[in-house]
Structures are given as C-alpha cells and as structure tokens.
Design a protein around this ligand. Structure first.
Ligand code: AVI
Length: 334
C-alpha cells in the first residue's frame, strides 16, 4: 500500500501538470462508478463521493449535531484515556494519520504522546492538509510533519522521515472503517498491517452496536443536515456529470438493520421519473430506493476477530461509560 522512500513527500508537492492529469482521471472514475452503480439492481451510489467541498462542510456540521454521538464520544474517550493510550503506544513513535481532516482528535493524541518524532497526515484534500499542517507546525515545533495529499484507499508512498522513531502507529479515527463492508474492511485492515510494518501498531476508532433508536436518530437528525449531506451527492452528479436530478423529488431515508449490524442510508425517488446522467437515460419508479451508504456498528469481540484475521494482535480497547464507541489498539502480529 505504501512504501517509505519518497524523500520529498512528492505527493504533497504535485506539479500543475500532474494534478491536471490526476483530476481528469478522478473525473473518469467518478463517471464510471456512478454509471455502474445506477445500472445495478438495486441501484447504489458509492459513499466515497459524498466528500466534495460542500459534502465535507456538511459532514463537519454533522459531527457537531446533538444526535450524532460518534464524534463527541470519541473525543471524550481520547480526553479521558489519552494518557494511558500514550503509555501503551510508547515513546518516540511515528504517527501515520489516515483521513484525519482538521485534526481535532490527532491534536489531543499528540499532546499526550511521549516525544512523538514524526507525524504523517494523509488526506485527500490538499487544502485541508495545508491548513492543518500549518497549525500543527506551530503547536508542535519539534515534531517532523510530513503531509501526504493522497486517497488512502489507493496506493501511495510514505515520505522518508529524517528522525528515527521507535515504531509506526497508524491512526484511523472517526469510525470510517464502519463505512466498509466486512470483506472490504478485512482487506483494508490487511493493508494497514503492511503500512504499520514490523513492530508497528494501529489505533482505530470504531462505533459500537447499541440501541437502534440512538443510531437511527444520529442519521435522521432533526435539523436535516444528514438529509442535505445525502442529497448533495445528487447535486454533485448534476454539476460534474451533467445530470438533471431534481433534489425536491428525492427523500433521505436511514434505517438500522440489526441482523447486519449496520445503518443503511438511501435516497428514495418520490415520483416516477426519467433522468439523464452523463448522456445515459435512467428510469426510477416512485418509491424506488437507491443505496448511498452503509455504516456498520461492530461489537468489541467482532471487531477484534476481524482485525486478528487481518494480521493484528489485540492489545487494548478504551470506551466511554455506556460503551457506545471504542478506540482499539492493535499491534502487528509476528
Ligand atoms: C464518515 N463516517 C464514519 C460517517 C458515518 O457515521 O458512517 C459518515 C456519515 N454518514 C452520515 N452521517 C455520517
């Protein structure tokens, strides 16, 4: 997935020509995956495309919603147990942050860590990365920060650090692992074993199974922000693929599936409609559901098994009082 050896963090310093090629490629991938998803039965749109600029802003608003317990519970766990986490991860580590965004959680963790040597934030948004790197450099002047602007779902290169560290610890907060289906989650964790390397570790935030009403409220907030976030995917398709979705004819729907342990998020067509997307015609029945996202809620035991199968050894889990959320620490098994 990633190798040390790109001494200048070249992915961060992409030149204009490369970035034009990359954005053409990204457009093609977006078009192909949307058309493929719309051609499936039942139809589904890939959740990873939620995060254009507007989508990222809306997600930020979701994190602050009273019903969306995930972000504040994870932060509470870090505040309560950060010192013990630092003890467990050990001194002088290299921290590799995946999709850490603005970096609120990482900052709490870095403040607790003992003499962290290197921090490698990996984020798809170059602008976000530049902003958070600038403020982290001020906050942690002795820490070597090597940002990588990349989609961590795709192969990328790790910059070569100047400072020696005791071990690499991958940090993957936010329960983003919950958006992967079980097979994909297993494969991704296997890639994280490789990224952490021999002697390395993984600190990962995971949303846990709980009363379905709590979960359903988090994805059906009273202010309607999650509905906007969901429908923004259609707005993005309209804008970038020349489609004609009328957002007024689509309804946000989120329901917990206890058998699968996941919340399922859909857009429902309110009327019979014929639409054009990237020059292709699609017909939707009134009441037809189009899947946009799964968000899996794990049990502690179930997640440990998943990570074990990928090649990790379980070390510890920290939770809040009511066990709504878990921050797990694994090391790479010998
Ligand atoms: C990013 N991810 C962990 C969020 C979640 O809770 O599954 C995405 C989200 N979708 C709707 N609300 C939040």
């Amino acid at each position: 997935m990633a190798i040390h050896g790109d001494p200048f963090g070249a992915r961060y310093f992409v030149n204009e020509e490369n970035s034009a090629v990359a954005s053409e490629l990204a457009k093609k991938v977006f078009r192909d995956e949307v058309l493929a998803g719309l051609s499936k039965s039942p139809r589904r749109l890939p959740y990873k495309f939620f995060y254009d600029e507007r989508g990222a802003q809306l997600f930020q608003q979701i994190c602050d919603l009273p019903e969306y317990y995930i972000t504040r519970t994870e932060i509470e766990i870090l505040r309560l147990h950060g010192a013990e986490m630092a003890e467990t991860l050990g001194p002088q580590i290299e921290l590799i942050g995946l999709g850490t965004g603005a970096g609120t959680k990482t900052r709490i963790l870095l403040e607790e860590l003992h003499e962290p040597r290197v921090y490698v934030p990996i984020d798809i948004s170059k602008r976000q990365l530049e902003k958070s790197t600038a403020s982290f450099r001020k906050m942690f002047p002795t820490l070597q920060i090597l940002p990588v602007a990349a989609d961590y779902l795709e192969p990328f290169e790790l910059p070569l650090p100047r400072q020696l560290s005791s071990r690499s610890v991958v940090y993957f907060p936010g329960s983003t692992i919950g958006n992967f289906e079980p097979d994909a989650a297993g494969e991704f964790l296997t890639r994280l074993v490789e990224l952490a390397g021999d002697g390395g570790g993984l600190l990962i935030g995971v949303d846990l199974q709980k009363d379905r009403h709590v979960i359903e409220a988090a994805y059906n907030d009273s202010a309607g922000v999650t509905a906007k976030f969901n429908k923004n995917l259609l707005a993005r398709i309209n804008r970038e693929l020349g489609a004609d979705f009328d957002l007024a004819h689509w309804q946000h729907y989120a329901v917990y599936n206890p058998a699968e342990g996941r919340i399922e998020i859909y857009l429902i067509s309110e009327i019979h409609q014929t639409l054009k997307v990237a020059g292709q015609i699609f017909q939707f029945r009134a009441g037809e559901k189009m899947l946009t996202e799964y968000s899996y809620k794990h049990t502690i035991g179930g997640f440990i098994t998943l990570a074990r199968q990928a090649g990790f050894k379980f070390e510890q889990v920290w939770t809040d009082d009511v066990r709504w959320f878990g921050v797990f620490y694994f090391t790479v098994a010998n």
